[in-house]
Design a protein around this ligand. Structure first.
Ligand SMILES: Cc1cc2nc3c(=O)[nH]c(=O)nc-3n(C[C@H](O)[C@H](O)[C@H](O)COP(=O)(O)O)c2cc1C
Ligand SMILES: [Fe+2]
Ligand SMILES: [Fe+2]
Length: 391
C-alpha cells in the first residue's frame, strides 16, 4: 500500500512491532523508522531505517518506483536508527549521492568508513530535484550535533527527523487516523526521554520554523502530523520552556520499608497542603515512565536507603538518568533511612544539585521512623508543597 504525504512524497519506512527497549527507554507500543521518498524529476530518499529493516524499506520503495531511480540520499541524522541502512543502500545503489550536514561528515565516516563520499548541505542550501526542491536547516542537538531538517517548499512538507516523533508501531500513518489523544502520551514520553535536555535548541528550531508554511510534518518515528500541527507545536513550546504543573512526584526505593514509610508521610504532607502527588517505587516502576511525568510536574522528591555507604542502585540509576535529562525549574527534596554512617541522602543531594534542581529540603532518619520522625516527614512535605504553590 502506497502512503503519500502529498503528491510525489511517500512514506517508505519500516514498522518495528516488537521493539520494547530503545537504549533504555521502554517502548511498549514498538516504533517505526520513517524514511521518505521525494520525487521530482530526480528522486531523493530522505533518511533510511535501522539496518535489519532495510529489505522492508526497499520493498516499500519498489511499490512506488524502481529503487535504481533514486539518485540522492539525504541523511538528516547520523544515529543508526536512521542511517543504519546506508551501507546496504550503497551496495544496492552504488551510484547514489549521499548528502549530510557539516557536523555529520566526520560522524558518518566514523560509522561507515573513512572513504565514504559525502556532499555537505548547510542551513539555507537548496537541492533542486526538478519540480520539487529540498531546503535544509541545521538543528544541532535535536537530537545530535549533526541533526538537520529537510523541507519541501512546493508541498509545505517538513521532514524534521527525531523532532515531533513518538515510538508507536501502528497500521495508521497519520494523526487524523489515530487521533491526538492516542498519540499525545507517546509524544510526551518521547519528548521527556529523548528531547528534554535540548529545550533551548527546540525553542530556536521552533522559532526558525515559524516563518515557514507547513501542511505536513513527517518525523522519523511514529505518526505523521497533518491535522494537529498547531497542537503539537504549541505543546513542544510548552515543554521546551519547562512549564510544569503544581504537582509532585515521590520517587524512591526501599529494602525494609523505612524509606517507604517516610515517602508515605511526605505524601501526606504534600496532599494536605493541596498539592496532588504520586508515588513510584523504582524497583516496580519503569524509569522512562516516571520521567514522562517529571516533564510536566514541578516537584520531584527522591528517596533512598543507605546501602554500603551510598545510594541504593535503582535510585542511583534514576538520579543519573534525571541528571542527563536536566529538567528545568524543578523543586526537589532528598530523603531516606539509614542505619549507622548514612550516605545516601548526601549523595542524592549532590546528584539533584548537579541536575540543576532547586534543593528545597533534605531529611534522613535512623532505621525505622517513629511517630516523631514521620511527623517531620509530613512537615517536610508541607514545606515543599508551599514552595511548589509559590512557584
Ligand atoms: C545490605 C545493606 C547494607 C547497608 N549498608 C549501610 C551503610 O553502609 N550505612 C548505613 O548507614 N546503613 C546501612 N544499611 C542500613 C540501612 O540503611 C537501614 O536498614 C535502613 O533503615 C534501610 O532503609 P529501608 O527500610 O528503606 O530499606 C544497610 C542495610 C543493608 C540491608
Ligand atoms: Fe536520534
Ligand atoms: Fe531516532
Amino acid at each position: 500500500m502506497k502512503v503519500a504525504l502529498k503528491h510525489g512524497i511517500y512514506w517508505v519506512g519500516a514498522i518495528d512491532w516488537n521493539l520494547r527497549d530503545f537504549h533504555g527507554y521502554t517502548t511498549r507500543r514498538g516504533t517505526t523508522y520513517n524514511a521518505y521518498l521525494v520525487m521530482g524529476e530526480k528522486v531523493a530518499l530522505v533518511d533510511t531505517v535501522k539496518a535489519p529493516f532495510f529489505e522492508e524499506m526497499l520493498s516499500r520503495i519498489r511499490e512506488i518506483i524502481d529503487p535504481a531511480k533514486i539518485e540522492y540520499l539525504i541523511v538528516n541524522h547520523v544515529e543508526m536508527d536512521h542511517s543504519g541502512s546506508l551501507p546496504l543502500l550503497k551496495q544496492a545503489l552504488p551510484h547514489i549521492k549521499v548528502f549530510c550536514s557539516p557536523r555529520a561528515e566526520e560522524e558518518l565516516r566514523l560509522h561507515y568508513g573513512k572513504d565514504l563520499a559525502l556532499s555537505i548541505l548547510k542551513t539555507g542550501d537548496v537541492l533542486d530535484l526538478g519540480g520539487k526542491s529540498l531546503t535544509f536547516v541545521e538543528t544541532p542537538m535535536v537530537h545530535w550535533p549533526d541533526s538537520m531538517v529537510t523541507y519541501v517548499r512546493e508541498d509545505k512538507v517538513l521532514l524534521p527527523n527525531d523532532a515531533f516523533g513518538q515510538h508507536i508501531a501502528s497500521t495508521e500513518r497519520f494523526d487524523d487516523e489515530l487521533g491526538f489523544d492516542c498519540i499525545l502520551p507517546e509524544a510526551t514520553k518521547y519528548y521527556a526521554n529523548i528531547v528534554m535536555p535540548y529545550g533551548a535548541q527546540v525553542l530556536k528550531a521552533l522559532d526558525a520554523l515559524k516563518g515557514i508554511e507547513i501542511d505536513v510534518i513527517g518525523p522519523s518515528h511514529g505518526i505523521i502530523w497533518r491535522k494537529h500541527i498547531p497542537d503539537i507545536a504549541a505543546t513542544y513550546e510548552k515543554w521546551a520552556k519547562g512549564e510544569a504543573e503544581k504537582k509532585a512526584l515521590i520517587v524512591y526505593d526501599t529494602m525494609w520499608g523505612s524509606t517507604e514509610k517516610m515517602a508515605r508521610a511526605i505524601y501526606q504532607g504534600l496532599t494536605e497542603e493541596g498539592i496532588p502527588a504520586r508515588m513510584y517505587r523504582l524497583s516496580t516502576s519503569d524509569k522512562s515512565d516516571i520521567v514522562t511525568e517529571v516533564l510536566e510536574t514541578r516537584g520531584l522528591l527522591l528517596g533512598s536507603p543507605t546501602i554500603n555507604n551510598g545510594l541504593f542502585p535503582k535510585v542511583a540509576e534514576f538520579a543519573t538518568y534525571i541528571k542527563g535529562l536536566r529538567p528545568k525549574g524543578r523543586i526537589s527534596a532528598a530523603f531516606g533511612s539509614y542505619g549507622w554512617g548514612g550516605g545516601a541522602v548526601k549523595a542524592l543531594v549532590a546528584e539533584l544539585q548537579a541536575s540543576g534542581m532547586e534543593m528545597a529540603e533534605e531529611l534522613q532518619v535512623k532505621f525505622v521512623p517513629d511517630r516523631e520522625a514521620l511527623s517531620a516527614c509530613e512537615e517536610l512535605g508541607k514545606r515543599v508543597a508551599r514552595k511548589i504553590k509559590g512557584s
